[in-house]
Design a protein around this ligand. Structure first.
Ligand SMILES: Cc1cc2nc3c(=O)[nH]c(=O)nc-3n(C[C@H](O)[C@H](O)[C@H](O)COP(=O)(O)OP(=O)(O)OC[C@H]3O[C@@H](n4cnc5c(N)ncnc54)[C@H](O)[C@@H]3O)c2cc1C
Length: 466
């Protein structure tokens, strides 16, 4: 098939590494990590700098071609892949992978969108600083994707979501205009803080080309412990008890059902470091000051005495800590190896977690008795991945049952993974009309032709519904 003239001119401009059209080369960009949303890209543009991103967007704008930005393609909501029409251009940021600066005094890191999160973390660590965004996909997820999904992850309890760590952004708007807001400032109340609109917008308002991220002092000492707890309420009591003693040095508190560990054991042949149980908590504390280990061991002893925890093990070395974290980090992959699942990434007010779990289990049992649920998540953030292993029912029916319970508890149907294409209909069904109308007005103001990642976050063809 011959290339349209505008695409041929783009090919000349970007060169063979900058524009992929051959089906075999395009194929890896066409489907999401979960392999649930196969698409068909028109082509894949791989710009090397912000100027090239702008040129691509201007051309697409002139020719009415939709653009789907893609980072590491580890997103859980099918946001980074095109539809099946063959008419959408994937714009991969992967060649824009330069860390532009690291400032250990001002504690900032400026990176292009295609820098892999782990690379940025390592660069910060190299100068004694911490980039605290951490998630199991950090070896592939990129800064642009992290910012565009407002990623959460393992350290939100102490450091907040990505939004809390972004100081400045450079974006390319839907008409190709470059807006440079790469300020390295802690305080900046000069006018609208427009970058907040782009953080978490999943590529639907424009393309993030670079970001300035806030760094923190690198902790000198950390303690990691895996504990079994009798039930989710005890897990909350355990967290409160440890927070009373260790304060905000607790960086992560992860809840895992015994079934989640069963899956990891089965698919990765790990052997359990503590006795079997119904629920587990993985907890990590970190501090720049000395004395953390003694304080943590005393606090954990108290928690065991009070019955909040039944059994536990504390890592004695960095290697052991990594091994304990493997139990948490391998859950998603183990679930994928077990088979298909209907995923939920929900949040409820933290004290409601135990009651939510009872209500959701009961509602699912009414839909289909004996359903297997792989439940794990960020206890300290009220964020649970309540994943239902495949049932006889259509995923929409399972979603509806779980999300009804979430709504009843005043929760969110997407705590950290975003909406992508996976949850567009659910969000449209459940958000108040006023909030939806406001979202449409923002989209229409920034992308009136609906060319930036159409059909993600919001339904397509907004003109028809506004
Ligand atoms: C094993 C595993 C564990 C995970 N754990 C977590 C977790 O704990 N917490 C969490 O929040 N997420 C988690 N995720 C989800 C995922 O890693 C995050 O959403 C991550 O932020 C996506 O980054 P990415 O570069 O892969 O983005 P992609 O998947 O490529 O894109 C995600 C979205 O952002 C848009 N986008 C990407 N780059 C840009 C850009 N430069 N400009 C504009 N839009 C852009 C895409 O269009 C898409 O809508 C996990 C995923 C996996 C596979």
């Amino acid at each position: 098939m011959t290339m349209p003239d505008w695409l041929a001119s783009l090919h000349n401009q970007l060169g063979p590494a900058g524009l992929l059209t051959n089906p075999a080369n395009v194929e890896p960009y066409a489907i999401d990590w979960r392999r649930l949303f196969p698409g068909k890209p028109l082509a894949v543009a791989r710009p090397a700098n912000t100027g090239e991103v702008s040129a691509i967007v201007k051309l697409c704008h002139a020719h009415g071609v939709a653009i789907v930005p893609q980072g590491g393609n580890t997103g859980m909501a099918g946001g980074a892949v095109p539809d099946a029409s063959g008419g959408e251009l994937v714009l991969s940021l992967s060649r824009m992978n330069t860390i532009r600066s690291i400032d250990p005094v001002g504690m900032t890191l400026e990176a292009e969108a295609g820098v892999i999160l782990k690379t940025a973390q390592d660069a910060a660590a190299h100068v004694g600083r911490l980039l605290p965004i951490s998630l199991a996909a950090e070896g592939s997820a990129m800064i642009g994707g992290i910012v565009s999904t407002n990623a959460g992850g393992l350290n939100v309890l102490r450091y907040g979501m990505t939004r809390a760590l972004v100081l400045g952004l450079e974006v390319v708007l839907a008409d190709g205009t470059v807006v440079n807001g790469l300020r390295h400032l802690r305080k900046d109340n000069a006018g609208y803080d427009w970058k907040q609109l782009f953080i978490g917008s999943e590529g639907t308002l424009g393309i993030t080309t670079a970001a300035v991220l806030r760094l923190l002092p690198q902790p000198k000492d950390s303690v990691t412990a895996l504990l079994s707890v009798p039930n989710p309420q005890a897990a909350l009591d355990l967290l409160a008890c440890l927070q009373n003693t260790l304060g905000d040095s607790i960086t992560a508190c992860e809840l895992m059902a015994g079934f989640s560990l069963d899956l990891v054991e089965k698919h990765f042949s790990f052997s359990r470091p503590i006795a079997d149980g119904e629920w587990f908590v993985l907890i990590e504390a970190a501090s720049t000051l000395s004395g953390l280990r003694e304080a943590a061991e005393t606090a954990l002893g108290d928690a065991l005495e009070q019955g909040f925890a039944l059994d536990g093990t504390v890592a004695e070395s960095g290697r052991q800590a990594t091994e304990l974290w493997q139990w948490r980090e391998r859950i998603t992959e183990s679930e994928a190896k077990e088979g298909k699942s209907v995923k939920h990434d929900v949040s409820v007010p933290i004290p409601q977690i135990p009651a939510f779990l009872v209500a959701a289990d009961e509602a699912l049992a009414r839909l289909q008795p004996g359903t297997r649920v792989n439940c794990f998540g960020h206890l300290g953030d009220g964020n649970l991945h309540y994943n239902v292993l495949i049932t006889d029912h259509h995923p929409d029916a399972v979603n509806a049952v779980v999300h009804d319970v979430v709504q009843r508890f005043g929760g969110s149907i997407s705590a950290e993974h975003g909406i992508g294409q996976y949850r567009v209909a659910e969000l449209a069904r459940r958000r108040a009309p006023e909030e939806q109308a406001l979202a449409r007005r923002i989209k229409m103001a920034l992308d009136p032709d609906d060319l930036m990642n159409p059909g993600k976050v919001l339904p397509r063809h907004l003109q028809d519904v506004s």
